[in-house]
Design a protein around this ligand. Structure first.
Ligand code: 5GP
Ligand code: MG
Length: 172
């Protein structure tokens, strides 16, 4: 196994999630929201955040997407699972684990915009601003982090470490 070092602990995550849930409640009141959980990495985050919402008018769906960057600035998107809901005139919050180059969220927001939603918001647990390639920012951000590879709380390295209850820097 690789060496890992805690970056954000369980208590910090819990506290931040409470605040984000309050912001979402303030923005949407009791209006219906469709939460789009980007698999696999954001399953922990979505699970914790939706249980903190006062708003009970919440539907959940899952999409699965992988973005591969190569050495040039082009990238490939592997879209493995799409939403099964009709998103026309709906309030959408896309929730992902981490905003890195921005390719994933850029692709996904454009894809969902084509379905004619009423409002789209984006929410990420972590923001790694340093590596951004696309002009995209999230509406709700858990933590700003430096350019390190992190694991835990849903995030993996070769499918491992997802079950950690905290975020750690992985030494490769
Ligand atoms: P983007 O498309 O913004 O470059 O990357 C988003 C996806 O890349 C995330 O959903 C995540 O799966 C993966 N990713 C980016 N940075 C990290 C990281 O530091 N650790 C892990 N485990 N995955 C990352
Ligand atoms: Mg991901």
């Amino acid at each position: 196994m690789n060496k890992i070092k805690t970056l954000i602990n369980k208590k910090q995550i819990k506290k931040r999630i409470k605040t984000i849930a309050k912001e979402i409640d303030k923005d949407f009141k009791d209006e219906q929201i469709i939460i789009i959980c980007v698999l696999k990495g954001s399953f922990y985050f979505v699970n914790d955040i939706i249980r903190k919402l006062k708003n009970k008018n919440i539907l959940i769906d899952f999409v699965k997407i992988k973005s591969y960057s190569n050495t040039s600035s082009t990238n490939n998107i592997d879209f493995q699972l799409d939403t099964s809901f009709n998103l026309k005139n709906k309030n959408i919050i896309i929730i992902d684990d981490i905003l890195d180059t921005g390719n994933t969220l850029y692709f996904l927001t454009n894809h969902i915009k084509k379905m004619g939603p009423k409002k789209i918001k984006t929410c990420v647990l972590l923001n790694k601003q340093a590596r951004r390639k696309k002009e995209i920012n999230a509406d709700y951000v858990g933590f700003e982090i430096d350019n390190n590879f992190v694991v835990g709380y849903g995030l993996d390295y070769e499918e491992k470490y997802r079950q950690l209850q905290y975020i750690a820097i992985l030494k490769k």
